[in-house]
Design a protein around this ligand. Structure first.
Ligand code: PLP
Length: 391
């Protein structure tokens, strides 16, 4: 007997990243620029706080919304870093990573057939999460020429009477794109005019380079009441495995998200919640150390890629570069680079059709490894160029 799978689940493709990394795992001596996860271990003071909490026997469930102490830490952190004031007990929900918060917000907001707009290339989970919430995913293409920013005119042109939500992710996975306050103001004006709810995934917002600052769209006039602010500790604090994210939003939406979370998940793990309190309250210096290291790597990798002739815009945030490739599709380039030089990068098409012609290289890996990868990649690109037909 074969068990029938629901149509909307069966039709979702598996993540392109996962398929690719199943191949990588069968090979030896691969240098991987493919992983979207910090190479640092969680800073010691955070691990120590979690160990101490375990020693005190803190191993049970927490309130569905998360530990009240953590929600106060989140509220203070978000106020300090983003200038946003959320009431800790009614406007903050602790989730199992930003991943769960995205799912909760979409499920709480969408009726079947409602459209969700998002800028692409984008994080692999957005389109499938929208489909799983019975929404309709509508990608808005962005390009390297515009620094992968979302233009207000492109947003305006994509809106239909069914458009309900705009998803934003700046700094962006996979391009490292950022938006200036002036860009965000234009987007905010369109959202207000068309009554869109904004879900803003700001998981990379601490990782900003060149002395820049980060502005949350939620902090612009008229936006907080229509915005779900999503953040977590995975990236900046090197805490992917602790599975802690959070959503800040108007109380009625948090209450709706809590109902789904309560029945599906119950609560985020208490060990991760105790660790997140330490991270948010005392983690700034640790984050800054890692941010500086990412900036050094960003400078090196962007320079190397451009030197070898792969046009690469210099990202102002996150830990990814998204160079242009030539002569081959993104997938062919990635597969040949892997088999001929044992360097793993992710085909740009894993992040949506508009990623064609690019690959994603993560610099969340040590500088020595990045140097080896760049040497191997330069050899590959040189060979590719010599094989290209003249003219
Ligand atoms: N959002 C973006 C843009 C990401 O890149 C990722 C992970 O790569 C996530 C969310 C998932 O984060 P979390 O570990 O908090 O679930």
């Amino acid at each position: 007997m074969s068990i029938a799978i629901a149509d909307h689940v069966r039709n979702i493709p598996r993540s392109g990243i996962r398929d690719f990394f199943e191949i990588v795992q069968t090979m030896d001596d691969v240098v991987s620029l493919g992983i979207g996860e910090p190479d640092f271990a969680t800073p010691w003071h955070i691990r120590e706080a979690a160990i101490y909490a375990l020693e005190r026997g803190r191993t049970g469930y927490t309130s569905n919304l998360g530990l009240p102490r953590l929600r106060r830490s989140i509220s203070d952190y978000v106020c300090r870093k983003f200038g946003l004031a959320y009431e800790p007990l009614s406007e903050v929900l602790v989730s199992v990573g930003v991943s769960e918060a995205i799912d909760l917000a979409l499920r709480a907001l969408l009726n079947p057939g409602d459209e969700v707009l998002y800028h692409e290339p984008c994080y692999v989970s957005y389109a499938p999460s929208i489909t799983l919430a019975r929404g309709v995913a509508r990608a808005i293409e962005t390009s390297a020429e515009d620094g992968f920013r979302l233009a207000a005119s492109d947003l305006e042109a994509a809106i239909t009477p069914r458009s309900r939500v705009l998803m934003l992710n700046f700094p962006t996975n996979p391009t490292g794109a950022t938006m200036d306050p002036a860009d965000l103001e234009e987007i905010a004006a369109v959202c207000i005019r068309h009554d869109l709810v904004v879900m803003t995934d700001e998981i990379y917002s601490e990782l900003i380079f060149d002395g820049g600052t980060h502005t949350s769209i939620a902090s612009l006039p008229g936006m907080k009441e229509r915005t779900v602010f999503l953040h977590g500790v995975s990236k900046a604090f090197a805490m992917t495995g602790w599975r802690i994210g959070f959503a800040c939003a108007p109380a009625a939406l948090i209450e709706a998200m809590m109902k789904i979370h309560q029945y599906a998940i119950l609560c985020a793990p208490i060990m991760g919640q105790d660790a997140a309190i330490e991270a948010l309250e005392r983690g700034d210096q640790s984050v800054e150390k890692m941010r500086k290291e990412y900036e050094l790597r960003r400078n090196f990798i962007t320079g190397s890629l451009n030197d070898m002739g792969l046009d690469c815009h210099k990202p102002k945030g996150a830990f990814y570069v998204f160079p242009k490739v030539f002569g081959l599709t993104s997938k062919e380039f990635s597969l040949r680079l892997l088999s001929e030089e044992k360097v793993a990068v992710v085909p740009g098409t894993a992040f949506g059709a508009s990623g064609e012609g690019h690959v994603r290289c993560s610099f969340a890996t040590g500088l020595e490894q990045i140097k080896v990868a760049m040497e191997r990649m330069a050899g590959f690109v040189m060979r590719l160029r010599s094989q290209a037909p003249a003219g």
